[in-house]
Design a protein around this ligand. Structure first.
Ligand code: NAD
Length: 481
């Protein structure tokens, strides 16, 4: 059994869970410990105890430790990508990309650990100086979803440790394998015991402890909107000091295709953005908003392309679309596909569940495309989180922009156009944290801010230099000599 890591020691856990391969449900990736509430409390106590040592670690020592983690991830990228694809179902090339990104993130924050800066200002009062410094925020609870099993943990753990915090990390219960492999690498990197703790388990068993313990100063969460709201309530509503919190949640990301778009670029962006990683990305282009003049050509090209996309075992050569992550998520996708048809959408291709592919029983689903949908339909307002996209016809560019922004979400948004004027206008007016011009809505760089607006996100941005805002707190000192 793969154990939890608490206070620098490996602990078997109160219970255990099978990690099942969604590409072949006969294959158990491993048996992983499931922590109890008491063990989660132990992890918080260990992190709290380690804080002084974390803060005493020199920036150079932190940098070296993070660099070692990044180097090992990159050196083992094929093995880690294989594990990721096996437990989550992401096609191997996508899994490799994710692992490399995780390695790059650790390398980036190895640099940032050496660049923590302050400010020195003249005071408004005579003779006084004002100094602004950054200090670690304290114990950070890190709660992550299943769809990026190594990159999301990396982009939270690396900055937390870079800035001198102690971490309690709870990965999603569906993907403990990548989390465990990452924890094992971090356990050997040179951080003090208790600086980094791994507690695997279910949100309902240990989530409350990670949110409510007063020794936790900050909570960083990525997952669904519903759980995000619980995190916010717990962070504010708990006894004692409130916790700082940051939420990254769902998306219903628009990709606008304008009449003047290059058709091939539009199709490539839509196929990649909507269906790669089996559509299970918060940044997936689930709404394809297409203006009249290109609509029919775009739909025809999409239908042809989708019919040829290989669906299969995530680790098999040539697979583009792996399985859905589990039975529950696939049923949710199927229910939305049925709902789309009831709402009047036209399913032009895909949507069939496949029980067995190449002799392997798994949670396969052919990528589905709806046309003739309107933006007010539930399939265009609610996050499906599967390989399902809907085409919405727009009269012109202004109409397309209005539809794109008519959503509760605001994570990522894209436009495909050859017009500089349209590109500039959409870049300025799309209500989203990230805007892509002639590029898929999903797929971002590791060194720049990531996050959204409206119901997609709450709190400071993640990644890049902006991560310092969440993982540190400023102190303003007034000095009168
Ligand atoms: P989820 O909300 O079900 O779970 C996320 C994490 O929260 C898991 O670790 C889970 O165990 C934990 N959790 C569940 N209940 C909890 C509780 N009561 N207290 C504390 N923790 C609890 O989400 P999911 O199904 O794992 O992930 C899919 C969702 O994540 C989608 O909505 C997707 O859009 C979103 N997502 C967002 C981003 C982003 O950056 N915006 C990135 C990836 C995924």
């Amino acid at each position: 059994m793969f154990p939890n890591f608490i206070g620098g020691q490996w602990h078997a856990g109160a219970d255990a869970t099978d990690n099942v391969n969604p590409s072949d449900t006969r294959d158990v990736v491993g048996v992983y410990a499931r922590a109890s509430a008491a063990e989660a409390t132990d992890a918080i106590a260990a992190a709290h105890h380690a804080l002084a040592n974390c803060q005493a670690m020199t920036p150079q020592a932190r940098s070296d430790a993070l660099d070692a983690v990044g180097s090992e991830i990159l050196a083992r990228k094929n093995e880690l990508a294989d594990l990721l694809a096996r437990e989550e179902g992401k096609a191997l090339p996508d899994a490799q990309g994710e692992v490399v990104r995780a390695g790059q993130i650790f390398k980036f924050f190895a640099g940032e650990a050496l660049r923590v800066a302050g400010e020195l200002l003249a005071s408004t009062r005579p003779g006084m100086t004002v100094e602004i410094t950054r200090e670690p925020v304290g114990v950070v609870s890190i709660i992550t979803p299943w769809n990026f099993p190594i990159a999301i943990p990396a982009w939270k753990i690396a900055p937390a440790l870079a800035y001198g915090n102690a971490v309690v990390f709870k990965p999603a219960e569906l993907v403990p394998g990548s989390a465990w492999a990452l924890a094992e690498i971090i356990s050997r990197a040179g951080f003090p015991p208790g600086a980094f703790n791994l507690v695997m388990g279910r949100g309902r068993d240990i989530g409350d402890v990670l949110l409510s313990d007063p020794r936790v100063s900050a909570i960083t969460f990525t997952g669904s909107e519903g759980t995000g709201r619980k995190v916010a309530q717990a962070a504010i509503g708990r006894a004692g000091a409130m916790a700082k919190f940051q939420l990254e949640m769902g998306g219903k990301n628009p990709l606008v295709v304008l009449d003047d778009a290059d058709l091939q670029t539009a199709v490539n962006c839509a196929i990649n953005g909507a269906y790669y990683a089996t559509g299970q990305r918060c940044t997936a282009s689930s709404r394809l908003i297409v203006t009249n003049g290109i609509h029919d050509r775009f739909v025809a090209a999409m239908r042809d392309k989708l019919a040829t996309l290989p669906v299969g075992d995530a680790r098999a050569a040539g697979t583009v679309i792996g399985p859905v992550v589990d039975a529950k998520q696939r049923q949710q996708d199927i229910d939305f596909i049925a709902l789309g048809a009831r709402e009047g959408g036209q399913l032009v291709v895909g949507g069939e569940a496949l029980e067995v592919v190449d002799g392997k029983p798994g949670y396969y689903l052919r990528p589905a495309l709806f046309t003739a949908t309107t933006n007010d339909m539930r399939i265009n307002q609610e996050e499906i989180f599967g390989p399902v996209a809907c085409v919405i016809r727009a009269a012109d560019a202004d109409h397309a922009l209005a539809i794109a922004n008519d959503t509760r979400f605001g994570l990522s948004a894209g436009v495909v156009t050859t017009s500089l004027k349209h590109a500039a206008h959409f870049k300025r007016h799309l209500q989203a944290g990230m805007v892509m011009v002639n590029a898929p809505t999903a797929g971002v760089d590791p060194h720049v801010p990531f996050g959204g607006r409206k119901s997609s996100s709450h709190g400071p941005r993640e990644q890049g230099r902006h991560a310092v805002e969440f993982y540190t707190t400023t102190k303003t000192s007034y000095v009168q000599p």
